[in-house]
Design a protein around this ligand. Structure first.
Ligand SMILES: *[C@@H]1O[C@H](CO)[C@@H](O)[C@H](O)[C@H]1NC(C)=O
Ligand SMILES: *[C@@H]1O[C@H](CO)[C@@H](O)[C@H](O)[C@H]1NC(C)=O
Ligand SMILES: *[C@@H]1O[C@H](CO)[C@@H](O)[C@H](O)[C@H]1NC(C)=O
Length: 303
């Protein structure tokens, strides 16, 4: 991966891909959303798991998980990683406002498990082999960590578990204040950018501090234990996806018509939902990483 980013030809290729992406619907929390989720998660890791994460990160990340949490978006159109493209979202039946794994978790050709819920299960169980050491070379544990971290963000973005025919709001074109956008993108990025501009002087660190304050002693303090409740790591992502489609119906799609302009009213009422989902993604990612690496003691992981 290090070499992929350092090689100039690859870089040109990456930029080419990014240009192509900008004309086709993109489905993912923005860079900002993923960075926040991953920073929140990394700070909540216990010592052993924190070392395991540091060991899995390539050197150039300098121990910062959030630096690579957008990696799955950067590679999803590369030939080698095309199989990951359906893993960023779930399409549910229009207006059903519900999610069922057996009905909905598949790609557009009907291949089972190929959705964000299946992917989280997949990479969680791959990471559970980490403690067995380097003898298990079936999986690339670095990639498993980056995919899990990214998809835990995506599954919490309500419009990533949206309706099938509008591609999670991607085909609902509208205006965000004065510029063109679409409903999916409003939830991926516009609300976060507007919040940064209005309240945080465009400084992501300040927003992060505010979110963390609300976790430790504010708004969300009493919710933490219910958010991280999970008897079966493999089944819990079902719940996160169900929450998302319910929020998508209640707040995302609600009252929105294609072609209209969304501004203050929509921003004021939806921003708290976006912030809560970013935080939930982070807190739950930490819960999963603390558990899959729970047998990894700091001293063992460091060797
Ligand atoms: C694991 O994946 C990363 C990212 O794609 C890559 O840089 C690294 O070389 C891989 N490691 C192994 C052992 O294949
Ligand atoms: C699980 O990961 C492997 C690669 O490690 C991949 O071949 C497979 O398609 C993945 N399945 C899902 C559902 O993510
Ligand atoms: C933190 O909580 C306060 C008080 O409830 C709220 O006004 C603020 O918007 C919250 N911050 C974020 C980033 O959600």
């Amino acid at each position: 991966m290090a070499s992929a980013f350092r090689s100039p030809t690859r870089l040109i290729f990456v930029f080419g891909v990014m240009v192509l992406c900008s004309v086709s619907p993109v489905r993912s929390w923005s860079k900002e959303g993923h960075i926040l989720t991953c920073r929140i998660a990394q700070k909540l890791l216990e010592a052993g798991p924190a070392h395991a994460v540091e060991n899995l990160l390539p050197d150039y990340a300098k121990g910062d998980l959030s630096a690579l949490c957008v990696w799955p978006d950067q590679i999803r159109h590369w030939y080698k990683y095309r199989w990951t493209s359906p893993l960023h979202f779930i399409d549910t039946p229009d207006h059903a406002c519900s999610y069922e794994y057996s009905r909905d978790c598949h790609d557009q050709h009907g291949l089972k498990d190929m959705c964000v819920d299946g992917a989280i299960q997949n990479f969680t169980s791959q990471l559970q082999h980490y403690g067995e050491g380097t003898s298990d070379r079936r999986y690339n544990m670095t990639e498993a960590l980056l995919f899990l971290s990214h998809f835990m963000g995506d599954i919490h973005q309500p419009m990533h578990v949206g309706f099938t025919s509008d591609e999670g709001g991607n085909t609902i074109d509208l205006r965000w204040y004065r510029h063109k956008s679409n409903l999916h993108h409003v939830w991926d990025r516009e609300i976060i950018l507007t919040a940064l501009k209005e309240y945080y002087d465009k400084d992501l660190d300040l927003l992060q501090e505010d979110l963390e304050k609300n976790i430790t002693n504010g708004l969300w303090h009493d919710d933490l234990s219910s958010w991280t409740e999970c008897n079966d790591l493999i089944a819990c992502p079902h719940k996160y996806a169900s929450e998302s489609i319910q929020l998508a119906c209640k707040y995302g799609y609600e009252g929105v018509k294609s072609g209209e302009t969304l501004s203050e009213d929509y921003f004021d009422t939806r921003m708290p939902i976006v912030m809560k989902r970013i935080v939930q993604g982070g807190v739950r990612l930490a819960m999963i990483l603390n558990r899959v690496f729970s047998d990894t003691h700091a001293d063992v992981a460091a060797t």
